[in-house]
Unconditional design. Structure first.
Length: 272
């Protein structure tokens, strides 16, 4: 018998950046165009889910208004829907944005707050789509100041188990729940590595596991490289996560990750 537990349904989630970059002043249409091109590139590379968000979680990032978030995401979701039926996840913590996105064609919610804001638990239950519940210690503004745990794996597991219960109690269907340990969200390098090594534990919570480590600080800290030089490190941790049982891998570089995960999938299909 194999000790490996590679998901039979390993999927790639591609991150779409909709935040207007500070180096161009082409305005809103310019960033919509760029995001749409990014989406088409990922679709051609075989992405399984597009993750579209209009709110930056970057520490110290300014708050984005509801109107701004809607303007960044809804036209893009509509545009993608016109050319493809690829599943779209809405990365938002505002109930109104979740609603509008699903109406425009999104079929999943990605909540870095694990549906702890506003009436998002109830809205997610109503919308009846899969929802990713992510662990975060603190808030995006302060989470990296002094991450602190006695037992990071136990505490993240306990948090996710409580959010699963809260979601179920609000009427979210069990088959719609996805969990995520939240790499980099209130974690030191050692915390992130412990969580990665313990991914098989998270499968015991009975929900698909999503992980996002692409280009993150944990890779930068080990390689001493800036974000744009973290591709090989990102591919390495994507392969590790897949071999440790992750179901959905959230990445920026879809084509490259698709090749890496095709190799893992092939191993998963060998009779043991
Ligand atoms: C600045 C800091 C910019 C952090 C972007 C980020 C995850 C996520 C993000 C994740 C889920 C990034 C992050 N990370 N959603 N959203 N899981 N479910 O590097 O790990 O993409 S934003």
């Amino acid at each position: 018998m194999s000790r490996l537990n590679i998901s039979a349904n390993l999927q790639i989630m591609g991150v779409i950046n909709t935040t207007p970059d500070s180096f161009s002043d082409g305005g809103q249409f310019d960033s919509l165009d760029k995001a749409f091109a990014q989406a088409q590139h990922m679709i051609a590379a075989g992405v399984d889910i597009l993750d579209i968000g209009g709110e930056s979680t970057r520490p110290s990032a300014e708050e984005v208004s509801e109107e701004e978030e809607l303007q960044r995401t809804i036209p893009l979701i509509r545009a993608v829907r016109e050319v493809s039926d690829v599943p779209i996840s809405i990365d938002s913590n505002k109930s109104s944005v979740m609603r509008a996105a699903v109406r425009a064609g999104a079929s999943m919610i990605n909540s870095i707050w694990a549906l702890r804001l506003e009436d998002s638990l109830q809205v997610a239950a109503q919308l009846d789509v899969p929802v990713c519940l992510m662990h975060m210690q603190g808030t995006p503004a302060t989470m990296q100041d002094n991450p602190d745990y006695e037992d990071v794996v136990g505490e993240v597991m306990e948090f996710l188990s409580q959010r699963i219960e809260a979601a179920l109690a609000a009427g979210v269907a069990r088959h719609n729940i996805i969990i995520d340990p939240g790499f980099g969200f209130g974690k030191t390098l050692q915390h992130n590595l412990q969580l990665l090594k313990s991914l098989p534990e998270f499968r015991k919570l009975g929900a698909p596991v999503l992980v996002g480590m692409s280009r993150k600080g944990m890779i930068g800290a080990i390689l001493d490289k800036p974000a744009h030089q973290r591709l090989y490190g990102s591919l390495s941790v994507a392969v590790m996560a897949a071999m440790l049982g992750a179901d959905i891998i959230r990445v920026h570089d879809v084509a490259e990750t698709a090749d890496a995960l095709a190799m893992v999938r092939a191993l998963g299909q060998v009779a043991s």
